[in-house]
Each structure stands twice: as C-alpha cells, then as structure tokens.
Design a binder for this molecule. Structure first.
Ligand code: NAP
Length: 505
C-alpha cells in the first residue's frame, strides 16, 4: 500500500486534493497539519474524509513546518484523535504525552535528517513501549553501509513481527535522500506494511521522495512482493536515465516478477555496493558513467570485449560469480551492420573492408572503434583532443587524423561519438554537410534528440542515417536477455524512449 502525503497551505486545497486522490483510486493519505497556514480545523478535514488517514503535525527538527508552540501541537494531536482518524503519527519522544484513545491507531515515529544511527535496536525497543500499531523510522543513509544496515534491520524486525502474528508491530523504514530511494521502491520486498509518496513533483516534502504515480506506473509497486528480483542501474548522475522506464515496462510486458531501481552512487560507494548487492537480491546491474571502468576490478569473469575496450556496462550476478559484459559495442555495431543489410551474427560482415571514421575517442568511440574493427572495417579515429585520438589509435591499431581534417576523407561509414548535437545544443553538428556523400552510413551515438542535425543533414544528402536510439535500445535488449534469459521487445523499448524524449522537450 502507498500512503500519499497531502501537504498544502489551505484547508480547501487539502480537502480538494484528498478528494482527487480518492477519485484516482488512492485509499490511504497522510494529512500534514503543519503545512496549514491557518490554525488547523480538524472538523473540516476528518469527519467527511474520503479515505483512511494518518494525521500528523511535524516539527521543524523532524523536517516539518510547525510554527506554533509544542504545547499547541500536542493539544492539536489530542483533539485530532477525538475526531477518530484511522491513524495518528506521534514522535517517539512525545508519545507518552498523548495517551491511546478510541479506535485511532498509533504510528510511533522517529526522524533523523542527519544520519543513520548505530543504535537502531535500542531505538526500536523504546518505540515498542509506546503502544504502537506501526513503527516508522526515517533516517538519512549517507553510505552504502548505512543503507544495507538499515534495510537489514527493517527486514529483520518485519520478519519477527510477522512471526508474532497480531501482536507483531511492523516497521516502515524510510531512507531519505537519493541513496535511500530504494527503500521506498522496494518497501513491499522489504516486508513493510506501506510506504510514503508525494502527491506531485512540486510537493517534494522530503528528499528522495517519489510521486505516487511514479511508484505505481514506473516501478509497478503494487505488483512487487518479497520474491521480486531486483535489477538496477549504478551511475552518477542517473536521474535522467530512461533505463528504469524501459526495463520495468519490459518486466511487466513479459510477466517477470522483477523491478529495476536507480542506485545513484559516487565512486567511494561502488566497491561496497557490488560486494553486498546480494543482500538486496540484486541479480543484475546496468553500469553507466562514471563507473564503467571502476566496476571491472570487482568482476570474477569478464567478456573479452570488456577487457579490450576497458569498460563494462552490464554486470550479472550468477552462481556466486560477477560477470561483466559490454552490450554498448554490440548494439552500436549491429545497428550499423543492419543498416547495410547485414547481421552481427553472420560470419561474413557487411562492414568488412569499409572505411569508417569515428569522431570522438572517449568511451563510446572506444567501443565503436573496437566493434567496427572486429567486423573488418578500416577504422580512422579523430578527436578534438589529438593525444586522446593518438592513444586510442595506437591501442586498437587504427589510423588517426587531425580533427581539422575530418571532412577530407573518403568514407563509407561516419560515426559520431562526441556529444556535439546533444540537447540543448541541437543546432550543432560535428561534420560538414557538404562532405556527406549519398549511401554513406551515418551513425550518431547521441540519442537526445533522436533526429540530430547530423542525421537530418545525412538524410537530406541521401545517406543511410542510424540514430543513437538504436544503440540505446539495442544495449538494453541485450542486457535484458543477460539479466533474465528472455528476449525483450525492441519496438516496445523504442516507443517508450521516443515518447519520453518527446515529452521531455
Ligand atoms: P566521452 O567519454 O566524454 O567522450 C566524448 C569525446 O568527445 C571526448 O574525447 C570529448 O573531449 C569529445 N568532445 C566533447 N565535446 C566536444 C566538442 N564540442 N567538440 C569536439 N569534441 C568534443 O563520452 P562518451 O561516453 O564516449 O559519449 C559520447 C556521446 O555518445 C554522448 O553524447 C553520449 O550520450 C553518447 N552515447 C550514447 C549511447 C547510446 O546508447 N546511444 C551510449 C554511450 C554514449 P573532451 O573530453 O575533451 O570534452
């Protein structure tokens, strides 16, 4: 179950939002009385409520907006209970001042905006003495260790509560901030009775909180359970990533009990996270910038391409092994090969003997150069940074050319692996239109926008244009297969990416 928090300044707005949520099928909300600008009027909010409610008035020290005296706050909560809401949320340190009353159930809560305290067991014992129906603990995990320790604690307490049956007190564990987001998405997996979400994006009242529609639609919260397998993406930043969307929809489409979660990690947290991933039942991870190189030293086995390219974008946990793959290069090269009527699985390649120029000698340039060369193309590399092009050319035994001379070659294949043309600088192109020739294949790794200026020019000049969306979808399909053993629908993923890109602009 999801409890949607209503936190707004006027009673009328609170009532309207409550009715709207009920009409949208939401059955549980929290009324944050501390957000009301005027003195809260319980009689307007509770008697005709359209759903079950939690009533609370949060202090500033706990992340709330309560401005009046503590005495008034406690008085407000006492009178709220008399109006018989389903739940009242009381902080552990004041719970004794408000005795249990009527049928209203008590949520005993603890908020720590700074850290994840070590003494969670002692805290839990104390909370149990305050006549709780549920216990809610919200902390701020700063490290992977904080997060795994906190989740292990919450899971253990919920398992114990389950064994105690009616006498057991379930725990809602909230990890605040980006690091803690997984505790919200995976609340059902971690046996919590419910989690909290916000009403809309402009109502982010706690760091890391998700909008309720996102939890339902993107992370299919209702369909997760303790058996749900976890996949995800590690990188930094990953807030913009479309991978959760396409993998989660594919799980639903294929009726696979799995959820794909974003794990934003800085460099320091990567080793610990990979080491302890099994504690979350994580079976596979997409790896993105800046961790594609760093994860390599944590692999027990790797595809030869990972070793040669020096980058791993897919990590699979299987039978105690950590297996590393690079699906970027296969996806990009297969899409170019398909554009020439070939197939990556064929022994004889349509890329064989073709002159290819790669613009950009970074991560994508390396993967493309490796893949095209492997399939027999004669690869030349250029980069605005001449030394970088030289190093890559030497490493892969490719030709190099000065960046200023890039329009002078006779080419069959042009590959853009620089960010030039990427949103918002959509009016830029890395290559002179006049140097494009009919029937050349022009591949652009940039996928936002899908139709870059380079690709538009290529089409106008009669070239075969291949967009970065094909690479993105292709690498995701290959990952999906490595993760689950099932074939993903490329057309479903492609449509989702296109819709998301057009909705974003
Ligand atoms: P990267 O490692 O940073 O490499 C990009 C290279 O292009 C660097 O050498 C960089 O030089 C150079 N560059 C940057 N801005 C430039 C400019 N204005 N003019 C000339 N050269 C410039 O990045 P990457 O990971 O290879 O990614 C490159 C592009 O491919 C990005 O747009 C990325 O979104 C896209 N990509 C797409 C997919 C997909 O699935 N479609 C997958 C991976 C990457 P400096 O370092 O000196 O700036």
């Amino acid at each position: 179950m999801i409890c949607v928090i209503i936190a707004c300044g006027s009673h009328t707005r609170m009532i309207t939002e409550h009715q709207n949520l009920a009409a949208d099928g939401v059955s549980f909300v929290e009324l944050r009385l501390d957000f009301l600008r005027r003195e809260p009027d319980i009689h307007r909010l509770i008697p005709n409520r359209p759903t079950a409610v939690i009533v609370t008035a949060r202090r500033t020290q706990d992340g709330g907006l309560w401005r009046d005296s503590e005495e008034k706050r406690l008085q407000l909560l006492r009178s709220a209970i008399v109006a018989a809401p389903e739940f009242v949320d009381l902080e552990v340190d004041v719970a004794d001042k408000i005795p249990p009353f009527g049928k209203t159930r008590r949520i005993i809560s603890y908020h720590n905006l700074e850290e994840t305290p070590e003494n969670l067991d002692a805290l839990h014992r104390e909370m149990l003495t305050k006549s709780p129906y549920f216990i809610k603990i919200a902390v701020n995990p700063k490290t992977v260790d904080d997060m795994f320790r906190f989740v292990a604690f919450v899971r253990e307490k919920n398992r114990q509560a389950k064994q105690l049956g009616d006498k057991g007190v379930r725990v809602i564990g909230i990890g605040m901030g980006e690091m803690g987001k997984a505790t919200r998405i995976l609340a059902k997996k971690f046996e919590m009775p419910y989690t909290y979400a916000t009403f809309s994006k402009d109502r982010m009242i706690a760091p890391g909180m998700l909008v309720y529609k996102e939890l339902f639609d993107l992370y299919h919260y209702d369909q997760t359970d303790t058996d749900t397998t976890v996949y995800g993406i590690i990188g930094n930043p990953i807030g913009h990533s479309l991978s959760p969307l396409i993998h989660n929809r594919s799980f639903i489409e294929q009726k696979i009990n799995a959820v794909y979660v974003p794990f934003p990690l800085d460099d320091n947290n990567v080793p610990d996270f990979i080491e302890r991933a099994k504690e979350f039942d994580i079976k596979g991870l997409s790896v993105t910038i800046p961790h594609k190189i760093a994860v390599m030293k944590h692999l027990t086995k790797m595809d030869p391409a990972v070793e040669k390219i020096g980058a791993c974008n897919t990590l699979v946990f299987r039978d105690g092994e950590r297996l590393g793959y690079n699906t970027d290069y296969v996806a990009a090269v297969s899409s170019i090969e398909a554009a020439l009527g070939g197939n990556f699985m064929d022994e004889k390649s349509t890329l064989d003997g073709k002159n290819a120029l790669i613009l950009g000698a970074g991560g994508a340039g390396m993967a493309l150069a490796y893949g095209l060369k492997k399939r027999g193309s004669l690869v030349t590399i250029t980069d605005i940074n001449g030394n970088r092009a030289y190093d890559l050319g030497k490493y892969l035994d490719c030709e190099i050319i000065d960046w200023k001379l890039r329009d002078k070659l006779k080419l069959d294949i042009l590959v853009n692996c620089t960010p030039i043309g990427m949103h918002p600088k959509v009016d830029e192109s890395p290559f002179e239109k006049s140097a494009l020739r009919p029937r050349m294949v022009v591949f652009d790794a940039v996928y936002n926008p899908e139709n870059t200026l380079l690709l538009k020019s290529a089409r106008e000049k009669g070239c075969i244009a291949v967009s970065g969306v094909e690479m993105f979808v292709g690498q995701a399909c290959l990952q999906f297969k490595l993760f689950t053993g099932q074939k993903a629908s490329a057309s479903l993923m492609r449509n989702l990416v296109r819709d998301a890109l057009s909705a974003a602009h």
